[in-house]
Write a protein that binds this ligand. Sequence first.
Ligand code: HSE
Length: 434
Amino acid sequence: MNGSSQQKAQLGVGICGLGTVGSGAFNLLANNEAEISRKTNRHVKVVQVGCRRDHTDCDLSDVDVTRDIFDVVKNPAVDIVLELIGGTDIAMELVIAAIENKKHVVTANKALIALHGEKLFQMAADAGVCLKYEAAIAGGIPIVKAIREGLAGNDIEFVAGIINGTTNFILTEMESAGNRDFADVLAEAQALGYAEADPTFDIEGIDAAHKLTILSSIAFGVPLQFDAMYTEGISKITVEDIRYASELGFKIKHLGITTKTDKGIGLRVHPTLIQKDKMLAQVNGVMNAVLVGSDAAGETMYYGAGAGAGPTASSVIADVIDVVRAGNAIPDMGFLQDELLNSPVLAIEDVESAYYLRLSALDKPGVMAQISSILGRHNISIESLIQKDLHDGQVPVVIVTDSVIEKSMNAAIVELESLDQVEDSVTRIRVESF
Ligand code: HSE
C-alpha cells in the first residue's frame, strides 16, 4: 500500500487568478488530494496563490497569498503555474515569464491560445516545459484529449459544436419562454454569471471563434487561424425566427463548424438551423456539446458543462496530472510543428450550405412567382416554404432552400431585396445537417 500523499515528492502549484476557475481549481486540488496522489505518486500542493482579492469559497489559511501574480512565476517552490486570470495582455506577459522561469503552464485562456498559441508553444518547447490548455474549450468536456489522443488514429473530417454556453442559454430561453426578447434573456445570463466580462464576446461569437480556432488546429493539423474565421453572433436572431424554424422542424443553435475539404479548411461560427431530432438540437441551456466526424470512429459526440468552477477546474487539474504523468510526450496541438498543413481557410462565399430565408412581401399578385424565379435563376431549389397570415399589408414568407454555394445565395438575396414587393432586408440563417 502507498503512503500518504504528504510523504511523496511534492509538486508545487502556483495559482494566478482566484475567480470562478481559480477558486474551483484550488478547491478541487484540496478536495481530491488523496485521489490525485494515487494517480500521480506526487503530493500535488498549492504553494502560492496570486490574486487581487481572496475568494470566500477558498480556505487560504495554509497558503502563501500574494497580490502580485508575477511573484508566483518567480517562486522556486512553484513547478506548475495555473494561468487563470484571462485576457491577453497581462496573461501573455505572465505565461512568457513563467516559461522563462522554467515553469510548466496550465491555462484556461482560449483567447491567449487562439491568438498567441504558436509563439507560446514554441517558447515552451524550447524551454522544455509544458503548456496545456484543455480548460480553454468547452469547460469540463475533455475535448482536446478526445480529439488529440482518443481519435489520434483517425483522419478527422469535421468538428461541429455548441461551444458557448451563454448563447446556447439565450437561444434556449428565447425558444422556451416564447416571447422573451434577446436583451431580457442576456441580462439573466449575465446575472447567472455565464457571460464573459464583455458579453459581446459571447453574443457576437468571438468566444466561440477562439475555441473553434484551437479545435480546428488540433483536428486537422493546421495553424491557429483566428483571423481567417467567419464569425457571426446571435444578436440578430428573433423569437419570430425561432418560431418559424420550429414550425419547419428545426432548432436554431449557435455552432462552431470546422471542416476539411479538398479546397481548404471551413472555419465558421454562426447561428444554424438543425433538425430537431439531431443530437446537437437536444443540447439546451448552458450546456456545450461537440460532434466530431472521423473516418474510422465515425461520429462521436461529447457533452457536458462548458463553464463554471467545477467543470472548468476538472479540465485544469487533468492537465496538471498530465504534466506529471506524461510531460511533453504528446505534441501540444496533436501534430508535429513541422508537419502542419498549409491548407487555406475557405472564404465564406465559397462555403456551401442550405439556407433559411425570411422576407416580408407585399400582398400583391405575382410576388411569390417573382421570388421563386429569382431563386431558380441562381440554381437555388426550395425545400420548403411557408407563407404566414397577412399582417399590416405584408405577408411574412419563410423558405428553406437546398444546399448552394454562398456566393449564389448572396446574389439571389441582392435581387430579392431589390424587388418593390419585398420590404426591408432578407433574413438568412444557414441550415446544416449535423
Ligand atoms: N462565456 C463562456 C461561455 C464561458 O458562455 O461559454 C466559458 O468559456
